[in-house]
Design a protein around this ligand. Structure first.
Ligand code: TNX
Length: 518
């Protein structure tokens, strides 16, 4: 490819803060390429080598060289060969030596700088998450099937620290393999928070060592009979580790004091009658509640929340708190305050749906805004009292809502959500909040209507890519036409991964690859 053929718009989603196409020939990945990493970036360098190797045709085994000092590139085997340098540098040095395009690497977590010229790729960040973001960028830049990477410079950092996806495993269960694929997609879009909705009226999906009856009885129930199931302690730990390797933090949600029928079904002592509640397989909300007057309720909160906190290396646990329509305000306050106290004693920060704002849990906590059908006043007041807000307005980010009236799957309670609806909005303008209190953006995928991985990815993609760009890219850099031009190349990677995504008519997609014939 000659420089004049280099695409003017690089196919990057989310769009980086600064990106410049260089008027130079591309870098070509070959078996000769050496990946040079410093100690700090060693693990990411190896991941990068195997990821880039796997991306290219039949798969290349790229050689990895690890150097000791800061600033790799002193290796010998790589002399004269095309090289990819991966470096972690402290603030001062990164500022001096990072590739630039007239911009400095901002001092925020996850920032990175990348320079691609003939014969050399240079990736620099201050910490591992930044390197992983640079790797995600590089992976999107590899042109198929030629293994070329256009010459360019990127200096990039996220708009918000919290860029998430909430996945409902409770209404219907999606197993570890599907969740891992979701994590891969998240990492490719630079999303860093996987919120797992693990408990609800219809099922309990996380094994709790002190309360094995929860999953023994309520792991097997689900909307309309299935699919059901649950994560064992080992499976959950495996997912948390898989996510962490890819820069994604898992935030488990134990929904209370409403949405608790699965617990009432598994634990008879949580019911005033002492009788287990029947299982629930419908999709109504707001009918179940924990009873604050029962001594068993406090023991349940302590056991479950202590176990969940112990199983969760990340800093946050989500308490739900939504749609507790059967709890009176005082009982709600007592139970949520107690739950938050248990979690904080276990060293965790509390996150909850917007209803939790009524309690104003203060600095460190976060409330997740989801519906305009409730008075936003308490959310604004909680933010003014120091809580952060995560933006999940249903009309933009609820990816279980139908794209349009013809979508077979999905709900419609907050209208239809086409890709452009997920893209064209500004999280800072949803509510009158101080901008620094907006911690970020989270998409949500509820599974009342989603049975299979195919169902899940049909609703998730391409809308998750739109939300990811909202969460990452500065508002002034974003525009729908640019996104619509870039996302088809990214979608080709979803095809290569065999994901059943939705070809929204709002975007001109590349022709579908013809079926492979032998
Ligand atoms: C609202 S979001 C809910 C969920 C449903 C979802 C369906 C929230 C806090 N509550 O219980 O699954 O809508 O779109």
């Amino acid at each position: 490819m000659t420089p004049s053929e280099v695409p003017v718009t690089l196919p990057l989603v989310p769009l980086p803060e600064h990106v410049e196409v260089l008027d130079l020939p591309p870098f070509t990945l070959t078996a000769e390429t050496v990946v040079e990493v410093d100690r700090a970036g060693d693990e990411v360098g190896r991941r990068l080598a195997s990821r880039l190797g796997a991306l290219v045709g039949a798969g290349l085994a790229l050689e990895v060289e690890v150097s000791d000092g800061p600033g790799a590139g002193v290796g010998s085997a790589g002399e004269g060969r095309p090289r990819i340098r991966v470096r972690v540098e402290d603030q001062g040095r990164a500022g001096e030596t990072a590739p630039t395009c007239g911009a400095a690497l901002r001092p925020v977590p996850g920032a990175y700088a990348l320079r691609v010229v003939p014969g050399e790729v240079d990736l620099v960040a201050r910490e591992r998450t930044g390197l992983l973001h640079g790797l995600a960028t590089l992976a999107q830049l590899v042109q198929h099937p030629l293994s070329r990477i256009a010459a360019c410079q990127v200096v990039d950092a996220p708009r918000y620290p919290w860029r998430g996806l909430s996945l409902d495993l409770a209404r219907r269960f999606h197993g570890p393999a599907t969740v891992r694929t979701v994590i891969d997609v998240m990492a490719s879009l630079k999303l860093g928070v996987l919120h797992l909705h693990l408990t609800d009226d219809q099922g309990w999906r996380l094994e709790i060592p002190s309360r094995p009856e929860l999953t023994a009885r309520s792991g097997g129930t689900a909307v309309d009979g299935g699919p059901a199931g649950f994560l064992t302690v080992e499976e959950y730990a495996g997912l948390v580790a898989y996510a962490a390797e890819r820069g994604v933090v898992v935030v488990p949600e134990i929904d209370l004091p409403g949405h608790v029928n699965a617990a009432l079904h598994a634990c008879p002592e949580l019911n005033p009658s002492g009788q287990a509640a029947p299982p629930y397989t419908g999709i109504e909300v707001g009918f179940s509640r924990l009873d604050a007057t029962l001594p068993a309720t406090d023991a349940f909160l302590v056991d479950v929340l202590d176990d969940v906190a112990a199983m969760t290396p990340g800093p946050w646990v989500h308490l739900g708190g939504d749609e507790a329509l059967a709890s009176d305000p005082e009982e709600y306050r007592v139970l949520v305050t107690r739950a938050a106290e248990i979690l904080r004693a276990a060293g965790k920060e509390v996150v909850g749906w917007q209803e939790l704002a009524r309690l104003s849990l203060g600095p460190g906590s976060a409330v997740q805004y989801w519906t305009s059908e409730q008075d936003p006043g308490p959310v604004v007041a909680a933010a003014l009292a120091g809580a952060d807000v995560v933006m999940s307005p249903a009309s933009r980010t609820y990816l279980d809502l139908k794209y349009d009236a013809t979508t077979a799957l999905g709900l419609e309670w907050a209208g239809h959500v086409e890709v452009r609806d997920s893209y064209d909005w500004d999280p800072d303008l949803v509510l009158p909040l101080p901008a620094e209190r907006v911690r970020g953006v989270e998409a949500a995928l509820w599974s009342e209507t989603l049975r299979t991985p195919g169902d899940l990815f049909h609703m998730l993609l391409p809308r998750l890519a739109a939300v990811a760009e909202v969460a990452w890219t500065p508002q002034h850099r974003r525009d729908w036409a640019g996104f619509a031009a870039r996302v088809p190349t990214v979608a080709a990677a979803w095809d290569r991964a065999g994901l059943a995504w939705y070809r929204s008519p709002q975007i001109t997609w590349h022709p579908a690859a013809p079926p492979v014939t032998s």
